[in-house]
Design a protein around this ligand. Structure first.
Ligand code: TEU
Ligand code: CA
Length: 572
């Protein structure tokens, strides 16, 4: 077996750098057996569609044994397939059929925590002297009140849950049904490495590692340092033994396989970026930065949108930090945020397609491995739930419960629920819109979560028939990226970083050079290139508004709202 490729420079070619990753949320992709829940057989039936997108890797959200408190991010059996998803035979068939098509499969690795229904936790909570007790993190009552820790999903906000039988608290950064594992226990790490080998030996191609930055806990339990106040993921991602564990995982498992690794980097600051991915450190290949989505959420909380210069600054920093060492990843949507076009583009009928194309172009012309979330290739939008009963996500449901504890008036509650509806993760979890039927072609029966009513006009079938559709544009982008290594490895040079509408940059590799023009706003603008920026004539390679024509640098151009154009830029 070939060892994991460790390259000495970011210019060294590797399949995982050249990959375009398509993320599938399996509950919502395709139901095959009429129970309203997406499943593996449904995914198998859609592999031709995925292959035709021109992507090369599929990342599948968790499909393991789970009581589904957090849709599979609470695992009770790491070596089983959840009943709703199908069987291990289905999984084996899926993997074989993907490999037949040249598609690679990346699975979710959720090992910061387990389900409280995992046998380890059932054992651990049965008595204080159970051999599995140290698999988790306990605070016995004799030690008094545990120091404050925040939970993402808890109704009361605390990450400590009381366990009556053993008269102790256990730690859970996420829901009470997601107790955190104790990575300081070598037996825990051995178990994790074993289960990773189990899946690699089945032939999977890699892991996306859920909140992997949180695995090392600060066992001295200091009070939260002042600089992390109100910003607890940054604290959680700085555990004292984090890099020791990642390095060990690499040595024990990852280095034995030719695999793909991307860690979820919630709370990782740019100063620490290289610690995770610098080649010689032998930890991970890539991780997801949260700086941009954190800035977006902060802006939304102020009732604003993130301004374009800030967007560009954060985006560019996270590209440039890997200019010499390591490698980056880019994404604008996944199962944890509202829909890409609703958040970063404009989902009105006028600009939906055009702005989706612009965002897809940004992803696929970036110097990083792009991750595209299912449905974003057709511009699926937020669903905007307005009543409590529509929500399925534990985060939204518990946020509403928490709000209700303040005894709000009916109007206040309705406003809170509507606001939740705009930001909820459920927006990104509605069924894939295959056609204009009642359930969008996802299922024959009422699905586990409502289908967006715009499936009557916004769906794959309609877009297949329209050569100008977002779907066709996405296919053109994946093809362009495959053909032009400059778009993958080429030097990245942002132009006019302060411009309030335009995202303009150049990608150059050897004699190949491209300029990417993205208007991220609803307003048109006039622009001229300076001779330094753009000498001579350039041909339009791909555009969401222009046909193939020549552009003359010295001439002023009108850039349309949400225009996205790649120009081949001759070097002087
Ligand atoms: O997410 C962890 C994370 O840091 C956030 O994305 C967080 O869940 C989100 O911002 C809340 O709005 C990972 C998974 O991607 C997420 O689906 C799980 O719920 C979570 O871990 C727990 O496993
Ligand atoms: Ca099903």
């Amino acid at each position: 077996m070939k060892g994991q490729e460790i390259n000495t420079t970011p210019l060294a070619r590797a399949w995982w750098k050249e990959a375009v990753v398509y993320q599938v949320y399996p509950r919502s992709f395709q139901d095959s057996n009429g129970d309203g829940v997406g499943d593996l057989r449904g995914l198998i039936n859609r592999l031709d569609y995925i292959q035709r997108l021109g992507v090369s890797v599929v990342w599948l959200n968790p499909i393991y044994g789970s009581p589904n408190d957090d849709n599979g991010y609470d695992i009770s059996d790491y070596r089983a397939i959840m009943a709703e998803m199908g069987t291990m035979e289905d999984f084996d068939e899926l993997l074989a059929k993907m490999h037949d098509r040249g598609l690679k499969l990346v699975m979710d690795l959720v090992v910061n925590h387990t389900s409280d229904e995992h046998p380890w936790f059932v054992q651990a909570r049965s008595s204080r002297d159970n051999p599995y007790r140290d698999f988790y993190i306990w605070w016995p009552e004799e030690k008094g009140v545990p120091p404050r820790r925040w939970s993402y999903f808890d109704v009361d906000g605390s990450a400590w849950a009381w366990d009556e039988r053993t008269r102790s608290y256990y730690l859970h950064y996420f829901s009470v049904k997601q107790p955190d594992l104790n990575w300081d226990n070598p037996a825990v790490r051995r178990e994790v490495y074993d289960l990773m080998r189990f899946w690699f030996d089945k032939g999977i191609d890699g892991f996306r590692m859920d909140v992997i930055g949180f695995i090392s806990k600060d066992m001295s339990f200091p009070e939260l340092p002042e600089k992390y106040r109100g910003n607890y993921p940054h604290y959680y991602a700085h555990g004292p033994r984090l890099h020791e564990y990642l390095h060990e995982m690499n040595r024990e498992v990852l280095s034995q396989y030719d695999c793909f690794t991307v860690g979820e980097g919630a709370g990782v600051v740019i100063e620490d970026a290289l610690l995770f991915v610098e080649e010689e450190r032998k930890e991970l290949q890539m991780f997801f930065s949260f700086e941009l989505v954190d800035a977006m959420k902060a802006a939304v909380a102020r009732g604003e949108r993130l301004d374009i210069p800030s967007f560009k600054r954060i985006w560019s920093q996270w590209i440039e930090v890997f200019a010499e060492r390591g490698w980056g990843s880019v994404y604008l949507g996944n199962h944890d945020f509202a829909r890409m076009v609703s958040v970063w583009g404009d989902d009105s009928p006028e600009f939906r397609d055009r702005s989706t194309k612009a965002l897809l172009m940004l992803l696929l012309t970036s110097r990083a491995t792009p991750f595209v979330y299912y449905g974003d290739e057709i511009g699926m939008t937020n669903v905007n739930f307005i009543s409590e009963g529509q929500f399925r996500d534990i985060e939204s449901i518990n946020a509403i419960k928490r709000f209700k504890k303040q005894n709000p008036s009916a109007d206040e509650l309705a406003a809170f629920v509507r606001a939740q509806g705009r930001t909820s993760r459920d927006n990104a979890r509605t069924p894939m819109q295959w056609n204009g039927e009642q359930y969008g072609g996802f299922s024959e029966v009422t699905p586990w979560i409502e289908v967006n009513s715009n499936t009557d006009t916004l769906n794959v079938e309609v877009q297949e028939q329209n050569p100008d559709s977002t779907l066709h544009f996405f296919r053109a982008l994946t093809m362009l990226r495959r053909e032009q290594l400059a778009l993958i490895y080429g030097d990245y040079a942002p132009l006019r970083p302060e411009h309030s509408q335009l995202f303009l940059y150049r990608r150059t590799l050897g004699v190949e050079s491209f300029i990417i023009i993205l208007n991220l706003s609803r307003e048109p603008l006039e622009m001229t290139f300076t001779a330094e920026e753009f000498p001579g004539l350039g041909e339009v390679v791909l555009s969401n508004v222009r046909g193939q024509e020549s552009l003359i640098a010295e001439t002023g151009l009108t850039i349309e709202p949400f225009e996205a154009t790649v120009i081949r830029a001759p070097l002087e």
